[in-house]
Design a protein. Structure first.
Length: 342
């Protein structure tokens, strides 16, 4: 049985699509080339390679035969339309991951090569918009289980200054789910993410806010307090120092009875294989970011790390398993104060 990526395609199919994108074959097929012969003429593909690419893309549903030529289907829209995340789907982001993984030798030697990131954010947001609804609901349920009375939510999707890219799957879909559960939600992301998702989020009752870290300085009213500050896979590609700074910053934004809830993959709660995957993804996330690979190795952090960051910020820490997921809910709260009578 072939190995399948979370984009739903076999690994071999994703690599073929990636190679077609790298060689310009996808652009040619989307814009003008309607036959294998035309594709070979417009690109550097050999004749037999062009035949294989066209036949494979047709079998995968990206092309359909109309008369004597092939035309792009709606499934090809993800490589063309970047304004609407719902039209992008998961495949372009999966190809971006392959692009990053093939650049790992440069990262390992500290010679990180600059790769085109023109559509990187749009592709990530497209993958997030196409996320499995059950998974989104499960994440939001896990967070609200810890803060059931939360009325105001800050969903953080900012790029980390070290990694240079936003973490994890993105939380735009999570923000919509919080709003659907009658919470007042602020979605905090960079300008590119807000531009792409803002209209959709606003229509769902979410307030999109553009900014950069530190979080507390970005929120329009730094004195505002939230019942819940929420993020997913925030620390998978950052150092301990960056994680500690984020927890301290987020702590300034929670009000009485509120909490910071982070859904994270924690090293000592993962299988060895999943821990390796987390480490490799952390390295790959730095490709083309300009962040380099020097300094402390990033990847899945340990339970004791999360507790130490909470203690440094004056917060209590609780680690709660998320049913049906390899993520753990890291719950930071302010310790209750005891009032002493005179």
């Amino acid at each position: 049985m072939p190995t399948r990526d979370d984009a739903g395609l076999p690994t071999e199919a994703l690599f073929l699509l990636w190679a077609a994108r790298e060689t310009g074959a996808l652009d040619a097929l989307a814009e003008s080339a309607g036959t294998p012969a035309a594709l070979a003429a417009e690109t550097d593909l050999t004749g037999d390679a062009a035949e294989t690419v066209v036949r494979s893309l047709a079998e995968l549903g990206f092309l359909e035969r109309v008369g004597g030529e092939y035309e792009p289907t709606n499934r090809m829209l993800g490589f063309l339309a970047k304004r609407d995340p719902h039209s992008t789907g998961r495949v372009p982001h999966a190809l971006d991951r392959i692009d990053a993984l093939t650049a790992l030798p440069a990262v390992l030697t500290g010679d990180d090569e600059s790769r085109s990131g023109e559509h990187r954010t749009a592709n990530r947001l497209g993958a997030a918009a196409a996320a499995d609804e059950a998974s989104v609901r499960a994440r939001v349920t896990a967070a609200l289980r810890e803060v059931p009375n939360a009325e105001t939510v800050l969903a953080v999707d900012l790029p980390d200054p070290e990694a240079g890219v936003a973490p994890g799957p993105g939380v735009a879909a999570d923000a919509r789910e919080f709003a659907a559960r009658d919470r007042a939600v602020t979605y905090l992301a960079d300008a590119a993410a807000v531009d792409a998702t803002g209209p959709m989020l606003s229509a769902a009752g979410v307030e999109p806010v553009s900014g950069v870290e530190p979080v507390a300085e970005t929120v329009a009213d730094a004195a505002e307090r939230y019942d819940l500050v929420y993020a997913v896979d925030r620390f998978g590609a950052v150092s301990s120092d960056a994680a500690r700074a984020f927890v301290a910053d987020a702590a300034d934004l929670i009000g009485p009875g509120g909490a910071v809830v982070l859904l994270e993959r924690i090293r000592d709660r993962l299988s060895p294989e999943d821990a390796v995957i987390a480490d490799v993804r952390a390295l790959a996330s730095r490709v083309g970011s300009g962040a380099g690979s020097g300094g402390e190795a990033a990847g899945a952090h340990a339970s004791d790390d999360y507790r130490a960051w909470g203690e440094s910020a004056g917060l209590t820490t609780e680690l709660v398993a998320v049913p049906g997921s390899d993520r753990t809910a890291v719950v930071y709260r302010r310790p209750e104060r005891t009032v002493q009578e005179d």
